[in-house]
Design a protein around this ligand. Structure first.
Ligand code: NAP
Length: 285
């Protein structure tokens, strides 16, 4: 079997075109969706991420503001900026780029963002909403994975999904989203014994670890769907995922590549969440 690729760039293009269309419709009603991206310090990877997020917003017609601060910014000053953005009616989504400098308590900053503007979906209120099935923002990376499954018309009902990784931003919310769609979900982590015995039972595998070759062909049931969230560098310094792409492609039915898979979907879902936040703001007017 040679797996079909789920192309995150192509799917992103489609979804971003829809966001642009819906943004134009909102603008016609007098409301421009707005995203504020806050960057503290000069982490080179973070600088690239925020630039891409701001550009994606602009390309889709959203208003976006990039606030850059020195790494020496105090926690109190950052909290004050978040509060000001909470109160700014032109802003519907607030994203504080992580990691923050060590002297700032990142969780405290995330909790300071209004849940109504928490388009990253990291606030405890958003996590609680996802857990209980209430309305809230879903974290962008696992949300993007769900859209990829939807794009291939995959029904999760009764399927066994194995999520490798249990972080608050990927693994755990991913598992909850799969559960919400009636999959039977197994969550694996660094303490899991015999990972292969579990992944071999899976109809869907999501790898979100941050280590190369966590998933190899011998660990995958023929016909399984494999989503690779990992972002690593190979020996040549090239971006790669957690999955042995070449090997697993021979066994799986669908697979996401790295790059060009889950990565672009993460930014796309940020736009989707920001648009939705603006739509909610308009409907509450
Ligand atoms: P994280 O917070 O470091 O979590 C990694 C998880 O993997 C942990 O739960 C850890 O278990 C588990 N783990 C570590 N070694 C393992 C092993 N040998 N077997 C099974 N599980 C193992 O990372 P994250 O933030 O979730 O990110 C995961 C990866 O996705 C990273 O490569 C990151 O760069 C990437 N990522 C990509 C995007 C995107 O847009 N494409 C977005 C976010 C993250 P313990 O809990 O027991 O430590």
């Amino acid at each position: 079997m040679t797996a079909q690729r789920i192309d995150g760039n192509a799917l992103s293009q489609q979804l971003r075109a829809q966001v642009a269309h819906d943004t134009a419709a909102l603008k016609a009603q007098g409301l421009t969706p707005g995203l504020a991206v806050v960057l503290v310090g000069d982490n080179p990877a973070s600088q690239v991420y925020v630039r891409n997020k701001v550009k994606a917003c602009q390309d889709a017609g959203l208003h976006s503001v990039l606030e850059k601060y020195e790494a020496s910014l105090s926690e109190a000053d950052l909290l004050a900026r978040v509060q000001a953005l909470n109160n700014d009616p032109s802003i519907h989504g607030i994203l504080v780029q992580l990691p923050l400098p060590a002297h700032i308590d990142a969780q405290k900053v995330i909790e300071a963002i209004s849940p109504l503007k928490d388009v990253d979906g990291f606030h405890i209120a958003s996590a609680g909403a996802l857990m209980t099935g209430a309305k809230g923002f879903w974290p962008c990376t696992p949300y993007g994975c769900m859209k990829m499954l939807e794009s291939i018309g995959y029904s999760l009902k009764g399927k066994h999904a194995v999520v490798i990784g249990r972080s608050n931003i990927v693994g755990k919310p991913m598992a909850l989203m799969l559960l919400q769609q009636n999959a039977t979900v197994t969550i694996c982590h660094s303490g899991t014994q015999n990972l292969k015995a579990l992944t071999l039972q899976a109809d869907v595998i999501v790898a979100a670890v941050g280590k190369r070759n966590v998933l190899t062909a011998d660990m995958v049931k023929p016909g399984a769907v494999v989503l690779d969230v990992g972002m690593n560098r190979n020996d040549e310094g090239k971006l790669c995922g957690d999955v042995d792409f070449e090997g697993v492609s021979q066994v799986a039915s669908y697979i996401t590549p790295v790059p060009g898979g889950v990565g672009p979907m993460t930014i796309t879902m940020l736009l989707v969440n920001t648009l939705e936040s603006a739509q909610r703001a308009l409907s509450e007017k």
